[in-house]
Ligand binder design. Structure first.
Ligand code: PLP
Length: 367
């Protein structure tokens, strides 16, 4: 009998054999500030109303393959004109995958570094040529001359720009993005996953740039469990991608539940405003700590660098206090010794801040 390792060699692509799976931390029992989720639930009456709508749901039947009601709702909410198409995905992760699957073999894909890890992860899995262009180390802004030079040389089929960017939290300069749109020979995807926490958007510019596509998700709004993302762009592009989308990729529970949730948008408006207020408070509190360098954020998380102490040590200490954040401590420059915390409820943020202060008291005392 062949060993398990031998079994996959020669069958799967080399790049896949070399890859490591996307890691999701075990979070049971933790104050969960690692995944940019909305920490708030719904009031009981709204939950009851939602459960009542689910009664109408025929789970013995396949869902509407085009999720037309949901698609129309998203069009109306975002004032998307009929000249543009909307593709729905099982999270924006699936949309990234669909888009990259459609490219010519070994096509080049470009994104800033650091940025959302799935751009590279999915490109690698599909044997595409992924090019990371470093952001400016001091403020995580785009290095425009470097970006334009790389576009000229590499001629990427697709460029991803997360706006605001993950894990840095900043918005890139909009006129620099327009420069990129003007110079890009292929498609430019503006990934607006964190749209609920900023007014900045490229949604209104899609008609001005026919190579621009805007991607959104309902995950950060407060519906991460439903897995729904959408891509808006020229019908010509969306129609091509629809050919390789699996027919029933948006399940019936997601269709009904998202439609219901978006029809009660006021609750999310309230919650996201609260998150933005908490972001301000948390940023101010973190900035009071001399051991940290705190970066400005237009998203629902904050990136900070630990100065003269070990970020890994702090991350482990926080975990021992049942506070889970995201460690970027092992990443290379410009993320050296950085951690990322998602903005939670006031009491969760306070528990995080208390644990953080305790750590510095303990280590500074033992030093
Ligand atoms: C920039 C960015 N895009 C997309 C996603 C994935 O979103 P979804 O939950 O819709 O797959 C994330 C998740 O963290 C993200 O940070």
């Amino acid at each position: 009998m062949k060993t398990i390792e031998k079994l996959s060699t020669g069958i799967f692509r080399k790049k896949i054999l070399e890859m490591t799976a996307y890691q999701v931390a075990e979070a049971d029992g933790f104050i969960k500030l690692d995944a940019m989720e909305n920490p708030y639930g719904w009031p009981n009456d709204l939950t009851d109303e939602w459960l009542n709508t689910l009664r109408t749901c025929e789970i013995n039947r396949y869902p509407d393959p085009d999720a037309r009601q949901l698609n129309n709702k998203l069009r109306a909410m975002n004032q998307i004109p009929t000249e543009l198409g909307v593709l729905l995905g099982n999270g924006s992760d699936e949309i990234i995958q669909l888009l990259l699957m459609a490219l010519t073999p070994h096509a080049t894909v470009m994104a800033p570094d650091p940025s959302f890890v799935m751009y590279k992860q999915i490109s690698d899995g599909l044997d595409l040529n992924f090019h990371a262009i470093p952001l400016q180390a001091n403020n995580f802004a785009l290095d425009l001359p470097c970006f334009l030079k790389a576009i000229e040389e590499i001629k990427p089929k697709v460029i991803f720009l997360a706006y605001p960017n993950n894990p840095t939290g900043n918005l890139f300069n909009a006129s620099e993005i327009r420069e990129i749109l003007n110079h890009a020979p292929g498609l430019v995807i503006i990934d607006e996953a964190y749209a609920p926490f900023t007014d900045a958007t490229f949604m209104t510019e899609i008609l001005h740039f026919n190579n621009l596509l805007v991607m959104r998700t309902v995950s950060k709004l407060g519906l991460a469990g439903l897995r729904l993302g959408y891509l808006v762009g020229q019908n010509e592009i969306i129609n091509q991608l629809n050919k390789i989308r699996l027919p029933y990729n948006i399940n019936v529970l997601t269709q009904i539940s998202t439609l219901f949730a978006l029809s009660n948008y006021a609750i999310f408006k309230q919650q996201t405003q609260l998150i933005c207020q908490e972001r301000t408070t948390l940023t101010q509190e973190l900035k009071k700590m001399p051991q940290l360098e705190v970066f400005p954020s237009d998203a629902n998380f904050i990136l900070f660098r630990v100065l003269n102490h070990s970020a890994s040590g702090l991350f482990t200490f926080l975990k021992e206090q049942q506070v889970l954040i995201k460690s970027l401590a092992n990443h290379k420059t410009p993320l050296t010794n950085c951690l990322r915390v998602t903005v939670g409820k006031a009491e969760e943020n306070q528990a995080f801040l208390t644990a953080l202060s305790q750590y510095f008291i303990v280590v500074d005392h033992t030093d």
